[in-house]
Design a protein around this ligand. Structure first.
Ligand code: EPZ
Length: 422
């Protein structure tokens, strides 16, 4: 198992290129199974989650390969085992988004019900509600979701809102199934995340008929078949946001290449409130910070609101603010595994249900800490860059799920991170 040794405090400066989006790549990989033939996906990052998803598709019968160019090819001509197996799905919840495409193409699908998650309760009831509205019969069998529509799916008007607003992968699942349904589907309260937009654009390039993309009301006119695609995924706005916080928390100066600031306005707005400079610089985005960190209140919301996937990273930054900040988690109310770990580094955080009061401190002090999930581990690495001494982050495999060799990207910018295998 790998751990990180992180020397701090450091000051980061230089240029870094943002990778393609993990959360756009996963559903787009699933979309390729809607058709026969070989698709080519460009800019898909080399992450453990992508490798797990590739294995999932491989088990269905697809041929998945990394081309010498680094692009990902998926040949989904033969799918002889339309089953999402437990031993893969239990590793990664996003596997559930093969359900819609399999059902859409074959009229049958069997996918393991996703289990528990460190960031909180994550049911898939809305996914199933949407697929049932398209005419599928769905039941649970030995921990597997079984979905059947032997005569194919039929378009319908579906409200897909839930207790916490829209659902990203729920919208993806239902939208993909609806592309091959008879007639027209309207999804109300659809998720508007850039990753959902990227998926819809990819589907339209495959021959789907989707309109209202980027709005909470999607209209999908079913077609009889789709074709393979050559598609480049969007940059990873969460990785970009993590690098922006890295610049801020180290009073540094970074130039981010391949960064789409238009996907990150809520994040950039918050950084500017905190006193961080964020501005376009040619084909890059320059992020710089000197002086004190101003406190700020943050409430996570569905896009275009502040993303829950940057809540932990901003908590690490605001733990060094010149005053108190209030952070409210409205998407995953229990997503606070990083709070106790940051407090071990001398932060002063108090959790009250879905709210954390962040009382800013002068400095963070290095300590051994435990990563619990992807974004919490990113927050611990950022805290380690600013803390005095050597921070040891355990269970680094969490961060490898969403950041490609992060130490090899940060060390050239001035970080001192060692990966050690214990
Ligand atoms: C996606 O997860 C992302 N994952 C998550 O990123 C991200 O945190 C989340 O969207 C919110 O932005 C991927 O794209 C692979 P949701 P998803 O369905 O689709 C509730 C990361 O760090 N809900 O939008 O699973 C749910 O419990 C990951 O990269 C239901 O109640 O999230 C949550 O409270 C972590 N019933 C809320 O809706 C359902 O059927 C939003 O979840 C579905 C969801």
């Amino acid at each position: 198992m790998d751990i990180f040794h992180i020397e701090g405090p450091v000051r980061l400066s230089g240029r870094v290129t943002v990778n393609g989006s993990k959360n756009a790549s996963l559903p787009i990989m699933a979309a390729t199974i809607l058709t026969e033939g070989k698709s080519l996906l460009r800019g898909v990052p080399n992450l453990s989650d992508i490798r797990v998803f590739s294995r999932l598709l491989d088990r269905l019968g697809c041929k998945v390969a990394r081309e010498p160019s680094g692009d990902l090819s998926i040949d989904s001509t033969v799918i002889d085992n339309p089953v999402g197996e437990y031993e893969i799905v239990c590793k990664m919840r996003a596997s559930v988004c093969i359900l819609g495409p399999l059902l859409g193409r074959f009229g049958t699908a069997k996918v393991s019900m996703p289990g528990g998650c460190a960031i909180g309760d994550r049911p898939v009831d809305i996914h199933l509600r949407g697929l049932r509205a398209l005419g599928a019969k769905i039941y649970l069998e030995n921990g597997y979701i079984v979905a059947e529509a032997p005569k194919g799916l039929t378009g319908s008007e579906i409200f897909l809102g839930g207790p916490f607003g829209s659902t990203v992968l729920g919208t993806a699942n239902v939208m993909m199934a609806a592309t091959l349904a008879k007639g027209t589907t309207v999804i109300d309260s659809a998720a508007c995340e850039p990753e959902v937009v990227d998926l819809a654009n990819c589907l339209n390039k495959m021959g789907a008929k989707i309109s209202g993309i980027g709005s909470p009301r999607l209209t999908i006119t079913g077609v009889s078949e789709l074709k393979p695609v050559d598609y480049k995924v969007i940059p990873d706005r969460i990785e970009a946001g993590t690098f922006m916080v890295a610049a801020a928390i180290t009073s540094g100066n970074l130039r981010l290449k391949n960064c789409r600031i238009s996907d990150m306005m809520a994040v950039v707005d918050k950084l500017r409130n905190i006193g961080v400079t964020v501005e376009s610089a040619g084909d890059a985005i320059e992020v710089a910070h000197t002086g004190s960190v101003k406190p700020a209140d943050i409430t996570t919301q569905p896009y275009p609101g502040f993303p829950t996937d940057l809540q932990a990273q901003f908590m690490a930054l605001l733990s060094l603010a010149d005053g108190n900040s209030i952070m409210i988690e409205k998407i995953f109310p229990d997503r606070f595994m990083h709070v106790a770990e940051l407090n071990r580094m001398a932060a002063n955080l108090r959790k009250e249900g879905p709210v954390v009061i962040v009382a800013g401190v002068e400095k963070l002090i290095a300590a051994p800490v435990m990563a619990s999930d992807l974004r919490a581990s990113a927050a611990l690495v950022l805290a380690g860059l600013a803390a005095e001494g050597t921070t040891v982050v355990n269970r680094v495999y969490h961060i490898d799920r969403g950041y490609e060799k992060i130490e090899e990207r940060l060390n050239p910018l001035g970080a001192k991170i060692q990966r050690r295998n214990i």
